[in-house]
Design a protein around this ligand. Structure first.
Ligand code: GCO
Length: 254
């Protein structure tokens, strides 16, 4: 079988794609030939992201919906399938982060983190699966985290959610294996994104990340695009249920 990374003819949906990891992954999938649908809740930001990717030669569409709203997800997926005939690849990237000592963590912040980081990937997968099953193929890529495996103070809900994303990936892969639908996860380490701005700007934290990471640096969002293209492609045809850490080595050293 040819080692093909070509995504021509495929339609890929990336949630939370206006900026950061989602935008970098969407651009990577478009560069590999996929018609890439960018999801977010800010139509203006999505339009700017689309212009950037199309200026790069990519083909895009946009889908404005709240990934945590089941009815909105169902309607959006139905609309995309009507417009594009199929959704071949789903990247569940949308995520939020809140940081508080666990004893002071507001329940509404817990609820928001679980809704966006864990429930939403389930909802989007559940909406996309009927079409994928009908076609006998499909790829779901969930964005997990270094925190799927490790903890750190002040981000307990995020850690719980991302631990769940790893198991969601395994559960979906197990149940869907016979259908030809593959489900994998990417676990980023410390990446230079706006979600991490407060950490990047904190000299002490920045020094800790660089010292704790074998490659002695933060990752760039574009360094997540390659693994996304690979997992979406036929080159990964026998890979499912896996979580791939893209973290400069942080997850393997003491
Ligand atoms: C934090 C960060 C991390 C990173 C990333 C690591 O507060 O420690 O937000 O959670 O964003 O998820 O994989």
């Amino acid at each position: 079988m040819p080692l093909s990374l070509d995504l021509s003819g495929r339609v890929a949906l990336v949630t939370g794609a206006a900026r950061g990891l989602g935008f970098a992954i969407a651009r990577g999938l478009a560069r590999a030939g996929a018609l890439t649908v960018l999801n977010g809740r800010d139509a203006k930001a999505l339009a700017a992201a689309r212009t950037s990717i199309e200026g790069d030669g990519g083909r895009t569409d946009a889908a404005v919906f709240d990934v945590a709203d089941r009815d909105a997800v169902q309607a959006a997926i139905a609309d995309l399938e009507a417009r594009h005939g199929a959704i071949d690849v789903v990247v569940n990237n949308a995520g939020i982060q809140r940081r508080h000592p666990v004893t002071e963590f507001p329940l509404e912040d817990w609820d928001a983190i679980i809704a966006t980081n864990l429930t939403a990937p389930f909802l989007v997968a559940q909406a996309a699966l009927p079409g994928m099953k009908a076609r006998g193929r499909g790829v779901i890529i969930n964005i997990a985290s270094l925190m799927s495996e490790f903890g750190r103070p002040t981000i307990v809900p995020y850690t719980a959610a991302k631990g769940g994303v790893r198991q969601l990936t395994r559960g979906l892969a197990t149940e869907l294996g016979p259908t030809g639908i593959r489900v994998n996860a990417i676990a980023p380490g410390y990446i230079l994104t706006e979600m991490n701005r407060a950490l990047i700007d904190n000299k002490e934290f920045d020094t800790w990340v660089r010292g704790r990471t074998p490659m002695r640096r933060w990752g760039d969002p574009d360094e997540l695009a390659g693994i996304a293209v690979f997992l979406a492609s036929d080159a990964a045809s026998y890979i499912t249920g896996q979580t791939i850490f893209v973290d400069g080595g942080m997850s393997v050293c003491v």
